[in-house]
Ligand binder design. Structure first.
Ligand SMILES: Cc1cc2nc3c(=O)[nH]c(=O)nc-3n(C[C@H](O)[C@H](O)[C@H](O)COP(=O)(O)O)c2cc1C
Length: 172
């Protein structure tokens, strides 16, 4: 089993979270790719993907994801297992909290990959988010807030990593 973790990060917070997720899951299990330098070409080498994305500028995609956005349509993810995580600021950008997580999820949804790693919205306070399920109970991936809840991030990463490992094992 090999996992490809592809992330885009403008001020390094998503990158640091990606490295922590890799360490939690095991360095030998997870290959890290910063899409700014490495793009998405290697996505096809993996059956299991973790995708990391931050939200910028009132609900916009992190810029490296934005640049590769059209390329995503040409990648076949229909047989893949996919977990998404994202960074945002629920206080400063409360109406757009981790929107890019929801946008990436929606982009991939038509191909019906097996999404894992949904995460409870309990414990967060925000006005709106595109990353939330219809019932409001879950984000469609792990939401991290290094701006206002940095003290919770390590535990969230640790719990989420364990959760997705269990979900992967149940799917294989
Ligand atoms: C100018 C600016 C705009 C932002 N816009 C949003 C936003 O719309 N939604 C959100 O949840 N977070 C927003 N954020 C917070 C960032 O997503 C957060 O700081 C994140 O940790 C950045 O991660 P990165 O360094 O990996 O790109 C914004 C931050 C800045 C400085």
């Amino acid at each position: 089993m090999k996992i490809g973790l592809f992330y885009g990060s403008s001020t390094c917070y998503t990158e640091i979270a990606a490295e922590k997720i890799q360490a939690e899951l095991g360095d030998s299990l997870v290959d890290l790719f910063n899409i700014k330098d490495q793009g998405l070409d290697k996505v096809n080498d993996y059956d299991i993907l973790i995708l990391g994305i931050s939200t910028w500028d009132f609900g916009e995609l992190q810029e490296d994801w934005g640049k590769l956005w059209d390329q995503i349509d040409g990648i076949d993810v229909s047989d893949k297992i996919i977990a998404i995580f994202g960074l945002g600021d629920q206080d400063g950008y409360s109406e757009w909290f981790v929107d890019a997580v929801g946008m990436l999820h929606e982009k991939l949804l038509p191909q019906s990959p097996k999404f894992i790693g949904y995460w409870p919205t309990e414990g967060y306070q925000f006005e709106a988010s595109k990353a939330v399920t219809e019932d409001g109970e879950y984000f469609v991936g792990l939401a991290l807030d290094e701006d206002t809840q940095y003290e919770l991030s390590d535990q969230r990463i640790s719990d989420w990593s364990l959760q997705i490992l269990e979900e992967i094992q149940s799917l294989l």
